[in-house]
Design a protein around this ligand. Sequence first.
Ligand code: GRF
Length: 225
Amino acid sequence: MTGTNSSAPRKRIGILISGRGSNMRALIEACEADDYPAEVVTVISNRPKALGLEYAQSKNIQTVAIDHKQYSSREPFERALHQALVEAQVDLICNAGFMRLLTSEFVDRWHNRQLNIHPSLLPAFKGLHTHERAIQSGVKITGCTVHIVRTEMDSGPIIAQAAVVVSPDDTAESLSNRVLEAEHQLYPHALKLIASGEARIVGEHVISSTDETINTEALFFPPRK
Ligand code: GRF
């Protein structure tokens, strides 16, 4: 018993991207399983040439390009984004390498319905250049986090985290590759927890509703034997 209610309608997911979209791809692939509690109904990019759009199209998923450069400020851009999400009847948004900061107006409209993945063990290393900073700081373990979006950048209730060991000879690139591999496992896992209702958001915490899932919210890469 996983806690997934197979008779419940699947949650409709809108993915926001800006680039290559490898996390988007991991989510799309996870949604292909019959018993996965979510389906991707639209992929929206603020960069019309984002590579990820091609993959989504190859899977016959609706794609929308909303070029932020065509808007005078954040507000009209976000109104267009909101409109596209509403038109696609999205239940949950997954940010996957989406490189625009969102105003509190947009974040509040999608309160507790927007997820983000960040390549560090939050609250450490918010912002950009996480792997360079992790190596520089000398941490022995880093990883990635999927969390609910709040207005403050890279903040919000943590759904799940994966730990990745930092090797003494790691470069930002080698570490980034291993963390990315972990991200591709973690994001589908975290989305499943929220979409199925196995985990719920209580204030600023995410709580598992079954004992069974509690220990699966921290993952290790490579998996511990
Ligand atoms: C990932 O490392 C993600 O954690 C960060 O941006 C990167 C996007 O990569 N927010 P991709 O576009 O999913 O390949």
